[in-house]
Each structure stands twice: as C-alpha cells, then as structure tokens.
Design a protein around this ligand. Structure first.
Ligand code: NAD
Ligand code: UDP
Length: 357
C-alpha cells in the first residue's frame, strides 16, 4: 500500500498537508490579508466541505459560527475546531429564519449525494429554496456578502462540453435528481434577484465533484463507494458501462477556490470550481484498485436514471478572476482519501448520520 493510515478522529487539513514546510503561509487566502478578522457564518458546517472550510477560516483568525441541522453532517467532523475560542456551533435548520450578526455567509447547507438528497426530496427543495431565501434575507439585513455553493448539476446532462458558465444546462425538471438540480437552479435565481432587486452582495460558485477525507462511507458517491469497496475487497460497482466521465477535485483545492471567490470584489459569478482533468468512471475504479492493491473485481450495475454522461469544468473564469486552479492530482488526492477511509475502517469509528431521525 502506498498510503499511511490517518486516525479519523484527529484528521484536520493541517494533518493532511502538514504544517511544516511553510505550507500554511502559502495557503492563507486573500480573504483577510490586511483586513481585520471577520464574523463568518458557515451553513452546513458539520458536512464534508463545510467542516474543512470552518477549519481554514479559524486558521486565518476569523470568528466562525457553524450552523447545521446534522442531517448528513457530524459533530465529529468539527472536532479540530470545537472548543476553539473563535468557533461556535449552532444546531439550526436553514429552512427556519435566524437572527445573527455576521459579515460573510457561506451557504453550504444541503445534502449533496444522490442517496441523501433523494431520501426526502421535498425537504431538499425546501433547503435550497426556503433556506436560500432565509440566508439571503440575513445577508440583506446585515449587509453581509453571501456565497452560495451551487453545483455542476445545474448543467444536468450537458450538451456543451466542457461546461462553461454561459451554458444554461439540460436538466430534467421532473426526474429523481430534479429536487437537487432544480433546487440549486432556483437558489441561483434567488441570489441574482436579491442582487438586482436589493443590492445583496452575492457570490455564486458551481462546484464540480469534490472528494477527500470526511466523505461519508455510505453516501453512495463514487469515490467513497469505490475506495471502501476496494479496501474491503468487495466488488467495485460500475454503474452502466463506466464510460461516463467526471472530473474530481480534492477538497483542499476547492476550499482555496471558495476563499478566493469570497475575497475578491470583481465578479459575482457564477464561477465554476473544479478540477478540469476528466476521467471515465472505469479509469477511476482502476486507479483505486492500483493504489489500494486490492483484489476487488469490477462488476456492472444499472445506470441510475438521468445520470449525466460527461462532466468537466471549464475553469477559465476561475483562473482569470481568482488566479485559482487545482494543484492536487487525482492519484495524490486519492491516496489521502484512501488513508482516511482505511483509518475509519480499522478504528471501527461509527460513521452514521441522523438522516432526520
Ligand atoms: P454534506 O452532506 O457533507 O454537507 C451538507 C451539510 O448541510 C450537512 O452537514 C448537513 O447536515 C447540512 N444540512 C443539510 N440540510 C440542512 C438544513 N436544512 N439546515 C441546516 N443544515 C443542513 O455535503 P457536501 O459534499 O459537504 O456539500 C456541501 C455543499 O456543497 C452542498 O450545498 C452541496 O450541494 C455543495 N456541492 C458539493 C459538491 C461535492 O462534490 N461534494 C458538489 C457540488 C456542490
Ligand atoms: N457511480 C458508479 N458506481 C458507484 C457510484 C457511482 O459507477 O458505486 C457512478 C455514477 O453513476 C456517476 C458517477 O459514478 O456516473 C458519479 O456519481 P456520484 O454519485 O459520485 O456523483 P454525481 O453523479 O452526482 O456526479
């Protein structure tokens, strides 16, 4: 095996990259360079991306309020910041209004994997629409800048490849993915209407498939599925013929892009954030098997309805306006993710979420 096991109870982004070698200095964003510390609200803070975002904001000296209803999030993810004097965790559902005083809002609350967002599709729509209205209302009242975590799913099964921000997408409005795709599309609409109508200071990013430690083992997403299957020596489930493509971004690269988008004053978006290197799902499976040294076999399973055939971000806008592009290749990122999942499996750490129960 070419990876070291990481203790999942202690994992933080500093562990993953190492504070040594001046790494932190290189990764301090422009968000506050020369500015005073700000009051940051992160919704979906206990989730996969939200938890890494909270850590980076705390590391940069901000006060952070993390808000989550723990549908798919876990307090466990926030262990590196819980107890820090500048971090506060609030159990709250964004479909309900909340009164807070903040300078910046990162709206990440929303289940992101198909198995989770389709579990209660009506609630997924409410989170994207009512939750977005509540957060935009908060931004309007406090004059906070608000960044919305939108998604490549707004492009649906795209006819334009790679996907540019100008493309309006090809989404089935009544299919099983629509609660998420259309919910996120309306959330973007709301951002731009609050911007035009109420001058709310918005930022919209479209995130492409992101992976890394703290993904849930059983969330059905392809990276977690393949890695866990390979580590357990189980069959690797390829949906369809495996020729569909995705472009995988390592979570730390994404967080750097998020901070750069929030920091700059020039563009409101939408801006694509993702790794532009495209892989077939079969190639991903083969790479996971190679890195883990697993004896797992590839098996075919039916392709889920409306599964997009190709996905690759055009990140010209992010390069130009944010001076951002990913730095972690798929092999290096997978090695870190595999080390994390290996640690979880070996420790027997409970990896369950409430799913509203
Ligand atoms: P995640 O499921 O790990 O995190 C989502 C978090 O939001 C969880 O902690 C969950 O408990 C919380 N949440 C859900 N509904 C809520 C509600 N109504 N009120 C308060 N909290 C709520 O998912 P993630 O992968 O970290 O994704 C975070 C955000 O990024 C989501 O908005 C998602 O749509 C977006 N995104 C993620 C990806 C990806 O590849 N991971 C791609 C595109 C967009
Ligand atoms: N996929 C797969 N096997 C799995 C899980 C997913 O072949 O065990 C495929 C899935 O059909 C899709 C791709 O991998 O084509 C990415 O799926 P994921 O749910 O991770 O993300 P999304 O479809 O939302 O991009």
């Amino acid at each position: 095996m070419r990876y070291a096991t990481i203790d999942p109870t202690r994992v933080s982004w500093q562990d993953l990259y190492g504070l040594a070698a001046g790494f932190t200095a290189g990764y301090v964003s422009n968000l506050t360079r020369g500015d005073a510390a700000m009051r940051m609200l992160v919704t979906g803070a206990a989730g996969f991306i939200g938890s890494f975002l909270c850590e980076r904001l705390i590391a940069e000296g901000h006060q952070v309020i993390g808000l989550d209803n723990f549908f798919t999030g876990r307090k466990h993810n926030l262990e590196p910041v819980i107890g820090h004097k500048d971090f506060e965790l609030v159990r709250h559902d964004i479909t309900q209004p909340i009164l807070l005083e903040v300078d910046r809002i990162f709206n990440f609350a929303c289940p992101a994997s198909p198995v989770h967002y389709q579990y209660n599709p009506v609630k997924t729509v409410k989170t994207s629409v009512i939750g977005m209205i509540n957060m935009l209302g908060l931004a309007k009242r406090t004059h906070a800048r608000i960044l919305q975590a939108s998604t490549s799913e707004v492009y649906g099964d795209p006819h334009v490849h790679p996907q540019v921000e100008e493309y309006w997408g090809n989404v089935n409005p009544i299919g099983p993915r629509a609660c998420y795709d259309e919910g996120k599309r309306v959330a973007e609409t709301l951002c731009f209407d609050y911007h035009r109508q109420n001058n709310v200071d918005i930022r919209v990013i479209r995130i492409f498939n992101t992976y890394g430690p703290r993904m849930l083992m059983d969330d059905g997403r392809v990276v977690s599925n393949f890695v866990v299957q390979a580590l357990k020596g189980e069959d690797i489930t390829i949906y369809g013929d495996g020729q569909q493509t995705r472009s995988f971004c390592y979570v730390d690269d994404l967080v750097t892009g998020i901070l750069a988008m929030m920091a700059q004053d020039d563009v409101v978006g939408p801006v694509n954030l993702g790794n532009p290197t495209e892989y077939t799902i079969r190639q991903l499976a083969e790479l996971v098997i190679e890195i883990t040294g697993s004896s797992s076999k590839l098996v075919k399973r039916p392709l889920p309805k409306d599964d997009p055939t190709r996905r690759q971000p055009d990140i010209s806008k992010a390069r130009k306006h944010l001076d951002w592009e990913p730095t972690v290749g798929l092999r290096a990122g997978l090695e870190k993710a595999i080390a994390y999942f290996d640690g979880v499996l070996k420790s027997g750490t409970a990896d369950r979420v409430s799913m509203g129960h």
